[in-house]
Design a protein around this ligand. Structure first.
Ligand SMILES: [Zn+2]
Length: 353
């Protein structure tokens, strides 16, 4: 009796629909990978419409603890999450529908403006943030921007705000900014003050500050999110890239430095000071795909609890930020997962963790 020859293992393809020209990559999970495998379309632009080959995938059974998912990243579009991704033993063609970048609307309240240049400094910070977001394929864009000048000297508001111009995250100072500068709903409120915690170049997102995270290490306190989850504060001489960092906190991200095994970096948690979420840095440029995933899908991200851009079924969970010694939980690429290299930090193409 003749047996049919086994077919060659078919190669699966991801087709990006309505994506702008530019780099595209995916994180894939299925029977062959314990975590997410990274794939990059190295011929981006050339093969527009032809799809990105991702190897041969089959569905993992539920008992393995492995998942069947695909997260697609493209410059100029928010990530697309296919969960579950219906892997079959045959050739899979997964179509992902890309959307325009997610707009982040900002109101900037100038609280302290001794030399009349604060608006220009704030505009430089917004420009730097937009550039990082675009280059890193975060799928974010600066939306509507409103810049409110400082109240005239001698007014009651100006006098009240003097106490908050050396800002820390006490509830009294937050209240002073909200009452005497202002607060807008459904947007991010940025306060440009004199000093933050005694530092002209400082900045803070109070949701990440000890005053609000005491006993609340994962920032999951709903009251804190409602109270300060839409606001950040910048010192007068804050570096332009600090705005992207503080916004990262509002989008659920935490600092990524300080994860050591003994004296060495855990090689699975490779970050340097060029990552946007490094706590203190001369130059911030990069976000990993693991971070971009959390920006868009973590329930604590302001994208979800302020702007409500995505359906609740995709944004109801809190994801682990840093878990030394283990692979992150289901439905979550590890925080350091990179499709493309970030400066000195290597990509993880083909790596299953
Ligand atoms: Zn920080």
């Amino acid at each position: 009796m003749l047996r049919k020859p086994l077919p060659l293992e078919p190669v699966d393809v991801v087709v990006f629909q309505n994506a702008p020209a530019g780099p595209k990559g995916v994180l894939v999970s299925g029977a062959r990978a314990p975590g997410f495998e990274a794939r990059l379309d190295e011929a981006y632009g050339v093969l527009a419409g032809a799809g990105l080959t991702v190897g041969s995938w089959r569905a993992a059974s539920a008992t393995t603890g492995r998942t069947n998912e695909l997260i697609a990243f493209a410059v100029g579009a928010p990530p697309v999450w296919a969960d579950p991704c219906g892997w079959t033993p045959w050739r899979n063609v997964v179509k992902v529908e890309c959307a325009p970048p997610t707009p982040v609307d900002l109101t900037v309240w100038i609280v302290f403006d001794p030399d009349g240049n604060q608006q220009a400094r704030v505009e430089a910070a917004i420009e730097a943030t937009a550039l990082i977001w675009e280059r890193e394929a975060t799928g974010l864009a600066i939306g509507d921007v409103e810049i409110v000048p400082a109240p005239a000297a001698g007014t009651a508001a100006a006098q009240a705000l003097q106490s908050a111009s050396g800002f820390d995250c006490t509830a009294a100072m937050v209240g002073t900014l909200r009452t005497h500068a202002g607060k807008r709903s459904d947007r991010i409120n940025v306060y440009s003050v004199h000093m933050v915690n005694g530092d002209l170049g400082g900045g803070v997102a109070c949701i990440h500050d000890a005053a609000y995270t005491a006993g609340n290490a994962e920032q999951s306190d709903v009251a804190a999110l409602q109270s300060v989850g839409d606001m950040l504060v910048l010192g007068q001489r804050a570096a332009p890239h600090l705005l992207a960092h503080e916004l990262g906190h509002l989008f659920s991200l935490r600092h990524i430095d300080g994860v050591f095994l003994g004296e060495e970096w855990d090689p699975r948690y490779v970050f340097d000071s060029e990552n946007v979420m490094f706590s203190s840095s001369a130059d911030r440029k990069y976000l990993t795909e693991g971070q971009t995933f959390r920006i868009h899908f973590d329930a604590r991200s302001a994208l979800n609890h302020v702007f409500h851009h995505r359906p609740p079924e995709q944004t109801s969970r809190n994801y682990p930020q840093i878990m030394p010694g283990s692979v992150d939980a289901r439905n979550c690429p590890v925080i350091h997962k990179r499709i493309a290299p970030d400066g000195a930090m290597a990509s993880q193409l083909g790596s299953a963790d």
